[in-house]
Design a protein around this ligand. Sequence first.
Ligand code: UN1
Length: 495
Amino acid sequence: MATIFHNYIGGTWLPSSSGRTFEDRNPARWSELIGHFPQSSAEDINQAVEAAQKALPAWRRLPAPQRGEILRRAGDLLRARKNEIARAMTREMGKPFFETRGDVQEAIDTAYYAASETRRLFGYTVPSELPNKFNMTIRQPVGVVGVITAWNFPVAVPSWKIFPALACGNTVVFKPSEDAPHSGMLLVQALLDAGLPPGVLNLVHGNAEAGAALVEHPGVNAISFTGSSEVGARIGGICGRLHKRCSLEMGGKNPLIVLEDADLDLVLEGVLWGAFGTTGQRCTATSRLILHQAVHDEVVERLCAAARQLRLGDGNQEDTNIGPLINPAALEKVQRYVELGLKEGARLVLGGQRATDPGLEDGFFFKPTIFVDVTPEMRIAQEEIFGPVLSVLKVSSLEEAIKVANSVRYGLSASIYTRDLTKAFQAIQELESGIVYVNAPTIGAEAHLPFGGVKQTGNGHREGGWEVFDFYTETKTVYIDYSGRLQRAQIDTAQ
Ligand code: UN1
């Protein structure tokens, strides 16, 4: 019998009010059922938001470093449970155990980082135009924060949102992805076991209906979302209409540029990791390889040979390099893009098919796939595929490489391999992306640095780094006049 899981609302584990549930399955062995999770309705969301509102006054009054102490304990618990959570995550969403350990590590780093920032939630003081007057800013929590996340980093990405939100004194309603509800629950469990008071963090499982109810709810003051650009655009539209703060982290079509002087051994390792790590299912995945013509043929040949060695399989088996795609829809989407690439005239030099070797038939495994002769306007060079499909484009100069790199609607991460410092700096300045790597692939962001993209990837906010604390706080400006008389700004100061 598969386990039945619940929502966590106001300190209590509850089924959905409608009694409806959905199934969580292992993408490496689809017949394996992990559990039933509540399909939350607007009514459940409402209860969770009310619990978060009720918990808000006491939580925001608690001194920030004391909030930080609970977050730090949650980091300790995640560290103690790292293998256990990683095993469950691999079983639920497929990426190999070494990667899911990394996912949990990212949450541990975030916990400690957010905890330490609770001692540094700075405002600032500013000289006044008038005598005997003191001006300063303070930071205050935004209120109730709705967190909606994807399944590919099901512990790390929610932690990027939940830890800083709580550090700043907000309370949270968290809806994890339907494709990774168990991992989300294990993150919440660590926070609860660390001593979070009831109602401060609420967990509601469900689909788009639950997500929409959370975004629409008037009691939710801010939404932080990671997922597709399509869903993000809808959320942004609703939040705009309701004047609700929202942070949107969406798609990418991340380029990796290789110049003629690059260290090609380093390039190969980087591309394999960037393009096929997490089965290409990262918003930061390397999905376009932009090669200088001088190294094009050699890189393609060596890359195909190396990619052929990658072992597909159950991520909980020791020798697996690449896990499955997440679900049947993902498999279908990747297959559609392969057909499209062929139709557009790109040349398939590796993969292009589902892997159905013995032991893999029941999962959504797809062979590492490489297209060459891709031109910038092709859809496989423009659209996010979210799978192990790499589009190779050939260029003849740095200028052309940058132009091609910038020719998409996304702008999350970009990378350049060169030994020439001048060219590297030129690329750093001119690439249209929120993150640039030099001599490293497009993936591998660290929790204490800003993360986010430009163009259609984001809406100007950043996760991670100091910047995230701007999103989770309101700035209050405070004027203290200790002159004992009315002083009129602009009027009494006129020259
Ligand atoms: C994502 O795919 O949503 O930089 C996040 C990286 C990871 C995070 C990816 N640390 O690839």
